[in-house]
Structures are given as C-alpha cells and as structure tokens.
Design a protein around this ligand. Structure first.
Ligand code: ATP
Ligand code: MG
Length: 339
C-alpha cells in the first residue's frame, strides 16, 4: 500500500490562503484515496519544525486547533488515515541525525528556503539550515510516495529523493522508498494544487500569515463580519470590466479564484459567469457572502469538536506511526552498523 503524507506547521492561526490552498485540497485528496484502500494517509503536525521559528500563541493550543481544523474542513478519519504529532514519534529526530550523515552542507546551502530565511543574517539557528533533512526523515520513515506540498517545498522533495538514492546506493540496499518526482507529485495532486490566494490589499503578492497588514489577509478565526469588510475593501483595478487575468487584473482574478475554491467550482466556470461584468461591487458582495458562509460553517464545526476526540485519534495514530517509523529506523541503524 502506498502512502500519502502531509503536514501543516501550526505556528499560528491559518489564513484563508492556507485553508483553501493547502488544507482543503489535502482533505479532499485524503477522503478520496483513503476510502479506496489504495493508500495510507498520514497527516501529522510538524511541531519540531515549528520551533525553528517564532510561534504565535501556545504551541499545544495551535496543534489542537490545526488537528481540529482538518476535521472541521471535512476530513473523514478511517482505518487508513493516521493523525500524529511529530514530536511524539522520536524516530523522526533520530532518523534526522542519521540522514545528517548522508546529506551534505553543499546541498543544504543551496536550499532556497534556507537562503531566504537566513538572508541578511550573520548567523541563524541550525534548525533553519537542517530542517530539510528532518523533512527527509518525516517522509522516508513512512516510505511515503506522495507529499502534497506548496511549490516552495519542491526543492526539499528533490533533496529527499537524493538522500534516499544516495543512502540506498551507499549501502547497496533498497530499504528507502524514493518518493515520486515533483512533476509526478503535481499530477497526482491535480489542478487545484499550486493555487495561490493573493494578498487582498496588494494582489501582486500572495496572502501570507506573516504579512503585517491585517486587511491584506483573512484569518480563519476572523469574525465573518470582519472578513466581509476585508473583501469589500480589497484592492481591484481601474479596468472596469471583470476578466480573469492574473497578470492584468490580479485583484479581480483573486476574488474569482476565492469564489471558485470556496464553492468547489471550476475557476473557468466562475470566470465565465462573471466575464464582462462592470460592477466590481457585485462581485465583491458575492465573494464576501461565500466567504462569510464558509467561515461561519468552519468556525461552528471547529467549536463542536471536543479535545477528547482529537486525543483518541492521536492515541491510535501515534501508536501506528511509532510502529512503522521504528521499524524503518531500525533498518537504517543496521545499515550504519549501529544495530
Ligand atoms: P508565512 O508567511 O509564515 O510563510 P504562509 O501563510 O506562507 O506563512 P506557510 O506555513 O508557509 O504559510 O504554508 C502553509 C501551507 O499553505 C503551504 O502548503 C503553502 O504552500 C500554503 N499556502 C501558503 N500561502 C498560500 C496562499 N496564499 N495560497 C495558497 N496556498 C498557500
Ligand atoms: Mg510561507
């Protein structure tokens, strides 16, 4: 059975961009493939990755909220879906060390994320440099084939493939499953992957939770009324006619994209419906109503999920994860002569 693996860092509340661009597509994928019995779906909270940077709020609370968010977003947990916290599976950090002895400083220095995160700094914590190796451990411990991720992480998948290939070659073994190439990952994830929700006030940029301006982003814990206001004051353009064109009309196109994703409709259909409309206010009102409805529904569901439900899912998930991960760790330790 193949494995799909995914995680979202819980450093703060999600934005609508994280929700529509990462969580919802993952939930749909998980629901689709776990029921057929073709795939194991591992959904984990990468809390060891969280601590390489600042945490907004309390890590435990954020972790619980993220896990509940998957359920609120519609995740159906069956025997093939496993929820776990990375730090509760010690094999991750152990395996990371072993892979540190396979990865090279040269390749890690070339990681764009590292360059970006350390830019202008004389020195940064080693975790920022090394976390792609931890990612390789996260993936290879479970022999995952598919890892739905944003394009900003593709380089790390390639690194994981390199580490696995090098390890297998060095020890003349095939115990590490090399994950699929990024092109295959994209195909598997489908067209909805790679969508970028734009910043509401500056639609040239993507919506990011770390952007300071509050009006630029919708947070998943915003009141629905606040979200409506933000949509209504979103930056558009002076063209005066609705046309889906991310380059010429990024603000308008972003609104159309949000409308499509929230209602799970093809972007082509939504773009066609609004094509040629001349009153931007009408489009904004429609999008605002959709977002208001989605946020209300999401927040209601989130509030209904008890901590106990999550703890019981984690108990089963972490038992499974430890079992699978420890087996793989043991095999790798044997190769190194440690067992
Ligand atoms: P930060 O500003 O701290 O980088 P972020 O909002 O970019 O935060 P990440 O934690 O970097 O969020 O990303 C979490 C997931 O959400 C990733 O899979 C990423 O590809 C996806 N994602 C982030 N921003 C958007 C966006 N604007 N539209 C769609 N998907 C997004
Ligand atoms: Mg980001």
């Amino acid at each position: 059975m193949k494995t799909i693996l995914t995680g979202i860092r819980s450093n703060s509340v999600m934005t609508l961009g994280n929700y529509l661009g990462a969580m919802i597509p993952m939930v749909r994928l998980a629901n689709k493939y776990s029921v057929t019995g073709e795939y194991q779906v591992n959904i984990f909270v990468p809390d060891l990755h969280s601590i390489i940077s600042e945490i907004d709020g309390d890590l435990q609370e954020n972790t619980m909220r993220t896990l509940k968010s998957y359920l609120a977003a519609g995740l159906v947990v069956n025997d093939n879906v496993h929820l776990y916290r990375q730090s509760r599976v010690p094999a991750h950090s152990e395996m990371c060390w072993l892979f540190n002895c396979v990865a090279t400083t040269g390749e890690l220095s070339r990681m764009i994320q590292y360059k970006e995160k350390s830019e202008g700094k004389e020195s940064c914590n080693v975790g920022i440099f090394d976390y792609p190796v931890l990612m390789a451990a996260d993936i290879l411990l479970y022999s995952a084939s598919y890892i739905p991720l944003g394009e900003d992480q593709f380089q790390h998948i390639e690194l994981t493939r390199d580490i696995a290939t090098r390890f297998n070659h060095r020890f003349q073994t095939d115990i590490l499953t090399v994950p699929e190439k990024t092109a295959e990952q994209v195909k598997f994830m489908g067209e909805k992957n790679g969508v970028r929700i734009r910043d509401l006030t500056n639609p040239e940029k993507k919506m990011s939770k770390s952007t300071r301006s509050e009006n630029s982003k919708i947070m998943m814990d915003d009141t629905p009324e606040a979200a409506v206001k933000k949509i209504m004051s979103a930056t558009t353009d002076s063209v005066g006619i609705v046309h889906y064109d991310l380059w010429a009309q990024p603000g308008i196109s972003n609104l159309l994209m949000i409308e499509a994703l929230v209602n799970d409709r093809p972007i082509e259909e939504v773009a066609e419906q609004w094509l040629g409309a001349t009153r931007y206010g009408d489009l904004k009102r429609a999008v605002a109503a959709s977002v208001e409805k989605e946020l209300t529904k999401f927040q209601e569901r989130l509030g209904e999920i008890a901590d106990e439900e999550i703890f019981s899912l984690l108990e089963a998930g972490e038992r499974y994860a430890n079992e699978v991960a420890n087996q793989k760790l043991h095999q790798v330790q044997e190769c190194f002569g440690l067992r």
